[in-house]
Design a protein around this ligand. Sequence first.
Ligand code: FCB
Length: 449
Amino acid sequence: MTLRFPKGFLFGAATSAYQIEGAWNEDGKGESIWDRFAHTPGTIEDGTTGDVACDHVHRWSEDIDWMARLGLDAYRFSISWPRLLPAGSGQTNPAGIAFYDRLVDTLLEKGILPFATLYHWDLPQALEDRGGWTERSTAEAFCEYARVVARELGDRVKHWMTLNEPFVSAFLGYGDGRHAPGRRSEREALAAAHHHLLAHGRSVPILREHVHDGHVGIALNLCPVHAASPSDRDQRAASRLDGVLNRTFLDPLADRGYPSDVPYDRSVLDSLVREGDLREIAAPLDFIGVNYYTRRVVRDETVPERENAPRTVRLRREKTQMQWEVYPEGLYELLDRLRREYDFPSYYVTENGAAYPDQIGPDGRVRDPKRISYLRRHLEQSLRALEAGVPLRGYFVWSLLDNFEWSHGLGRRFGLIYVDFPTAKRIPKASFDWYGATIAQHAIPQEPA
Ligand code: FCB
């Protein structure tokens, strides 16, 4: 196997607004559901919030210098909806627009392609107060927001993702309450899922209208689901979980409607779908962004209160600090499946990375050999997918910086750059140097001894 990446393949790193920006209530920014959620006692494992996070709003220029030192081809970031439209719709916030203007201009000056995500989970609280994603009107507000952003930045930002991981936002935010806004209802999760997809589909033509030569996609958390045994029951449980995690989003985007072999109550979805929705959701895309971390292995165990709920089996395998199995082959499996079963024009790995409890050594350096090994093995699987004919155009490490990892708080470090949160000081890790060498050589280098 050749270890070289094709010409034009983009190496990037990713972040998201709430996880790095801080300045949660500065310069006219409105409150988001993550501000509200993290300020609610008991929601975040270590009691921290994203109020300051990496303080990126004040340190963006230094952060772009680090990106340039790393040699990034592309940078994936998200735009904070309540920083631009504090109440979700209506009045725009000029200071918010100015912030992203400067960010984009400076990225371009340094030769780094901006890849922008419109929605990485930070819904304006004002919209949540009116029902949030359980309401169709939120999809309409999203279109207004998309139009503002596309008008302001579409002359310079050519790569757009509408949503990040609508599965997580809908099912963890409205279904099991682990994420903002912390609601717990299957019906609400399904409504949220449909309205996310509707918001996505309706915003695609808006982006196309305002962005000349635009590339429009969506970032999905996709995950191979394997059965713990060859038994029919386990196989079916795996397929149902695949239905929720993967096909509930891929199938409607590919104009196949919602899948039917799913463990949730399909009739709830059916009751929400109006004439024309599925056509809008299937708006042609330029790419699918794949966020890949691990696989799921499941066994069918009927849990009394949740009929047919599959149980994830914990294997004794190498794991990251998130307790996610390190399973690089899954990335190949996923990309190859997309190539065989779907016909989206191209793909990016829009997130891939690992959390480890990194520490600053006595010499002031941060050595993270496990992260290097994780990234190396996933890049190898990306090459394998390319060789199998997958139109994979780029790869983004999650994350550029250690940041606020949602309900885990500040205790899960995913960065190529270590952030000392009390001082916001940035210290590049060994993985930063290794990834820099990968980019420079356009090939996978040896791991440092
Ligand atoms: C993904 C999210 C991203 C980050 C990583 C670890 O699900 O998109 O924000 O939290 O997981």
